[in-house]
Design a protein around this ligand. Structure first.
Ligand SMILES: Cc1cc2nc3c(=O)[nH]c(=O)nc-3n(C[C@H](O)[C@H](O)[C@H](O)COP(=O)(O)OP(=O)(O)OC[C@H]3O[C@@H](n4cnc5c(N)ncnc54)[C@H](O)[C@@H]3O)c2cc1C
Length: 335
């Protein structure tokens, strides 16, 4: 039986589905929320563009007319300056300031149009073979047997929790408070500014609509009424919070399963790499599943290649981000 079940229809789940569907492998995505669901706005790194091309969804996403930007205004540990993403012979590299809810909806819609079955339900358990391999999932709508399960359930870490895989912390406990404001804000965006207790990010996700994110250690979290200076006179929507402590599942692939996106690894959003990493890991997990199912590659070899690849970039990002926090003397990353 060739079907692959994907837990969660966010960017990692949709990217995994699109990759599998290209190889004619049937896919069921189990998603507990109806889309568009509430999301923080996303500043998408330009590195996302070749991946969207590869998934053959770039046109559909360009049609949304997201705000494009060539770099970030950074007041990291000092004076505000523009930090460009870079350029090549065809011009500057440009990211997107997309409404996260709309971006995710479009990506999932593409997977549905190409033939993914999207099951509205919640994954609550795992099915196993007699030899202990993952053989599908139990959902609120009944069992979904599958040759492989890819967990793309984000910070819920559904499969890791079911399989009792430890989630290892790599930073102090960090919390992001985020929200939207509507109105005119004349400062350049996206911008990031650090201070003694944390940092604040502001991005224009649609004309005259801004998303802000404030990241601090948990014990310094701002209260629900906090709004960044400069946005306080605009029309304010209620804010929310999310755990953005750096963390990695100790095992990200095993018999019959892969973990991708935030379900495998979470970093705080200071580098705007979350969606990029989610799409990359969803595609990579799907490629290895294809390798296994279509070309009968050794299951253990596929799992260990993925483990090395994912932990490699996670450790690299942890080093880079620790260095950045040391320069800003934040979150205890001193010395
Ligand atoms: C405040 C904030 C700001 C951010 N800003 C940026 C940014 O500017 N740029 C950037 O690139 N990244 C940003 N990120 C990170 C980015 O949002 C995530 O890295 C990205 O969404 C991860 O995608 P994913 O597909 O792995 O998970 P998600 O997008 O979280 O999707 C997981 C899906 O799984 C579903 N699900 C969960 N459990 C179950 C279950 N048991 N059964 C069925 N469905 C389930 C959920 O409903 C959800 O739809 C930000 C994060 C936060 C918290």
């Amino acid at each position: 039986m060739m079907r692959v079940v994907i837990i969660g229809g966010g960017p990692s789940g949709a990217a995994a589905a699109l990759t599998l569907l290209d190889a004619q492998i049937p896919v069921t995505i189990v998603e507990q929320k109806s889309f568009p669901r509430y999301r923080p706005g996303e500043t998408l790194h330009p590195g996302i563009e070749p991946l969207l091309d590869r998934l053959r969804v770039a046109d559909h996403l360009h049609a949304a007319g997201y705000v494009r930007h060539a770099g970030v205004w950074s007041g990291w540990g000092g004076v505000m300056q523009f930090v460009p993403y870079g350029e090549d012979t065809s011009g500057p590299w440009r990211g997107y300031q997309a409404s996260g809810a709309d971006f995710d909806r479009r990506l999932l819609e593409c997977a549905g149009t190409r033939g993914a079955t999207v099951l509205a339900g919640k994954v609550s358990g795992v099915l196993f073979t007699t030899s202990g391999e993952v053989a599908g999932v139990m959902t609120s709508k009944g069992p979904v047997p599958a040759a492989y399960a890819i967990d793309c359930s984000g910070g819920a870490h559904t499969l890791a929790r079911q399989l009792r895989i430890p989630i290892v912390r790599y930073s102090p406990r960090l919390i992001a408070r985020f929200g939207y404001v509507n109105g005119r804000f004349d400062n350049p965006s996206p911008s990031i500014r650090s201070d003694q207790e944390g940092w604040t990010w502001i991005a224009e996700v649609e004309p005259n609509r801004y998303q802000w994110t404030r990241v601090t250690e948990t014990h310094r979290r701002p209260d629900r009424t906090w709004i960044p200076h400069g946005l306080r006179d605009l029309e304010v929507e209620p804010s929310r919070s999310a755990d953005v402590t750096w963390r990695l599942a100790k095992t990200v692939a095993g018999p019959g399963y892969f973990l991708a996106g935030d379900a495998a690894a979470v970093l705080d959003p200071s580098s705007s790499h979350g969606v990029l990493r989610a799409i990359m890991s969803g595609m990579m997990a799907a490629h290895l599943v294809i390798h296994r199912l279509r070309h009968e590659a050794d299951a253990q070899m596929c799992a260990s290649r993925y483990q090395d690849w994912l932990t490699g970039w996670f450790r690299h990002d942890v080093e880079e981000m620790s260095r950045a926090y040391r320069t800003a003397h934040l979150f205890g990353f001193n010395g």
